[in-house]
Write a protein that binds this ligand. Structure first.
Ligand SMILES: Nc1ncnc2c1ncn2[C@@H]1O[C@H](COP(=O)(O)OP(=O)(O)O)[C@@H](O)[C@H]1O
Ligand SMILES: [Mg+2]
Length: 496
């Protein structure tokens, strides 16, 4: 890459989450750190580690006022010190205001300080969103204007904008339009692919190649890169992101009683930090598995077997043998009845999973059922499904297994709400009301549940739109499903 050319132009990086954008930015920053002043706008606190090796000064935005941010930005230009602006401890609105103030501080500076500076913005759609979101209008205007200044009018002042985004369709068009260098990584959604093709001036069918890119590979084009599209593999980096990839980590071995003691006893000894001997990969983990057929309690009796496993031509990993029949013919049915009753009770919402599980075991005992055939993990899954209103008939709908698979990949706290929204979308029903959202989260507090929804929005798991009449629509981009518009406070809204 020609750094001089880059300083005279701008660069846009796009690729779905996990495609390797932040790694790419890190590589670029590390490789050019000795040659040019740098500012990194870092919403996730990923880049602070640059400080240890390359001497960047970390600016923790949460400790500054907006005015403070503006002043630090001017001093950054005057002193030509490289900085990482960490925004991770701020809510979305303050992230926008603080980043906007900092960028404006870089921009509004006397001509004598117009020296070249790389301004790297990760997750740029947060600061230049294409549509209005939950944040107030003036916060959005402030940060959008600052991003527009950076990308459209910054060059004369020495600002070379480098922005990365996971969804082109979510980034304000005017901010993307000024880039003349592009690095396009793995992209799944048609709408992003089309925007990418339009930006690059290539045929939409050609953009299909972005679908098959591996992590860490990008198609590059532009004056600082290449006159024709080339595929580039991004090399190693010296510093590391604190986020890191997901690794499998064995759990400490202890009995249930020991675990309870550790959590609840007031005089429990300080637990030593658990250091696993070795983190196992998936392959290694599979080898350690006991091959005896496990007693698997199907999540939902009516769920259809996956056709690819049933009819598959030698699948690599075979589905376990069907579970042996339970001792008593109607034991499974009895357990289902206990669950239905328990989950249907008024007080079930908001109670902890473990206390509900204890209650479940107790009720099974009084009916002479062995509740233990359902372990707490499967019990929790059933609870999540019940709270989310996922009945056997919904689970049997075509396409539901896709929703379930995506939910399984999410953190536990998001699964219930995700499933609830997916069920509404799949059935083309209105977007659930706030009250239903709270119930799907297993919470009494609508505020807390809406917080969960907002976090899902920030992670890109859902997109939320408001219709002109105030109704809400939720889009699940990973499934390309959307709900019908629904009132946020309609007590008659779909209740699963
Ligand atoms: N070129 C690469 N070489 C090695 N590891 C990579 C490469 N690109 C990404 N990774 C790893 O993949 C994971 C996801 O990359 P990241 O840059 O965080 O993705 P994104 O910012 O697009 O969501 C990280 O753990 C990162 O270290
Ligand atoms: Mg990233």
């Amino acid at each position: 890459m020609s750094l001089e050319e880059l300083l005279a132009t701008r660069l846009l990086v796009q690729g779905n989450s996990g495609s390797g954008k932040s790694h790419l930015l890190r590589r670029l920053i590390e490789q050019s750190a000795h040659a040019v002043q740098q500012v990194v706008i870092d919403p996730e606190g990923d880049f602070a580690s640059l400080a240890q090796v390359f001497g960047h000064v970390v600016v923790d935005a949460a400790a500054q006022s907006e005015n403070g941010m503006r002043q630090i930005a001017s001093r950054t230009r005057q002193s030509r010190v490289s900085v990482v602006v960490t925004l991770e401890n701020l809510d979305t609105e303050r992230q926008m205001r603080h980043a906007g103030a900092f960028l404006n501080g870089l921009f509004d500076i006397d001509r004598e300080f117009w020296t070249p500076i790389l301004v790297v913005v990760d997750e740029a759609q947060l600061f230049a969103p294409a549509v209005a979101g939950e944040v107030s209008d003036d916060a959005r205007k402030a940060s959008l204007e600052a991003m527009t200044n950076l990308m459209c009018r910054g060059r004369k002042r020495g600002l070379a904008g480098i922005i990365a985004t996971q969804r082109l369709a979510k980034l304000a068009k005017n901010v993307a339009a000024e880039a003349s260098n592009f690095l396009m990584g793995r992209t799944f959604l048609d709408i992003d692919m089309q925007r990418a093709a339009d930006l690059l001036g290539i045929d939409r069918r050609q953009a299909e190649v972005f679908r098959d890119l591996e992590r860490g590979r990008f198609v590059g084009l532009g004056p600082a890169l290449s006159r024709r599209p080339v595929t580039i593999a991004i090399g190693e980096v010296k510093t590391h992101s604190h986020a890191g990839g997901a690794k499998l980590l064995p759990l400490p071995e202890m009995t249930r009683e020991e675990a309870k003691g550790l959590l609840f006893q007031s005089n429990a000894p300080q637990t030593p930090r658990y250091v696993p001997e070795q983190a196992l990969g998936t392959e290694a983990l599979l080898e350690t598995l006991d091959h005896a057929p496990a007693v698997v309690v199907p999540l939902l009796a009516a769920a259809e077997p996956r056709p690819d496993l049933a009819a598959g031509s030698e699948p690599e990993f075979r589905a376990p043998e069907p579970p042996p029949a339970l001792p008593e013919a109607n034991q499974g049915g009895g357990i289902e009845a206990v669950l239905d009753q328990l989950f249907g009770e008024e007080g079930a919402i908001g109670r902890s999973v473990s206390s509900l599980y204890d209650e479940f075991l107790a009720r099974c005992r009084t009916r002479r059922l062995s509740g233990r055939v359902l372990d707490i993990v499967h019990f929790r899954r059933k609870l999540v499904l019940a709270q989310a209103g996922i009945t056997a008939s919904i689970a049997a709908l075509a396409g539901w297994d896709l929703a379930q698979a995506q939910a399984n990949a999410l953190d536990e706290q998001f699964q219930g709400l995700f499933l609830h929204l997916a069920a509404a979308a799949l059935q083309e029903l209105p977007c659930p009301s706030d009250a239903m959202i709270a119930q799907a989260c297993g919470s009494h507090s609508q505020r807390r549940a809406l917080g969960v929804l907002t976090r899902m929005q920030q992670m890109g798991v859902v997109e939320i739109y408001e219709e002109l009449n105030g109704q809400r629509v939720v889009v699940l981009p990973g499934l390309q499903w959307r709900t019908a518009p629904g009132h946020t406070s309609d007590p008659l809204a779909w209740s699963g």
